[in-house]
Design a protein around this ligand. Structure first.
Ligand SMILES: [Zn+2]
Length: 107
């Protein structure tokens, strides 16, 4: 697999803006490139945000990349079984409940 990146385009940002914001006492849900339940399964694999300080800021609240939550995202097992799995670094905005940027590992 070649390295690739995903960032929100204008159409996606427009969609993310109309989503309901998460309540403080709710379980975190992050909308974006990947299914929210798949992202929820990766939240315990946290990454140090400092190496990502020059990445994309949140497109909604402009929070800089090193203040976002970074996790190691891996596709669920069935995606790997179909040959469509991806692995890489994913940034999440806790305030907006969105996925901001995904950088796939190079294999
Ligand atoms: Zn945000």
């Amino acid at each position: 697999m070649n390295a690739f990146e995903l960032t929100a385009n204008d159409e996606m940002i427009a969609w993310l803006k109309v989503l309901r914001r998460p309540e403080a006492d709710e379980e975190r849900v992050y909308h974006g490139f990947f299914a929210t339940e798949d992202v929820a399964g990766c939240l315990d694999v946290a990454l140090d945000p400092l190496p990502f300080r020059n990445k994309e800021a949140c497109p909604l609240c402009q929070r800089p990349s090193h203040q976002l939550r970074w996790v190691r995202y891996s596709s669920p097992a069935d995606a790997w079984a179909r040959g469509g799995g991806v692995l890489g670094a994913l940034s999440l905005c806790d305030k907006c409940g969105i996925q901001v940027q995904f950088t796939a590992d190079q294999h």
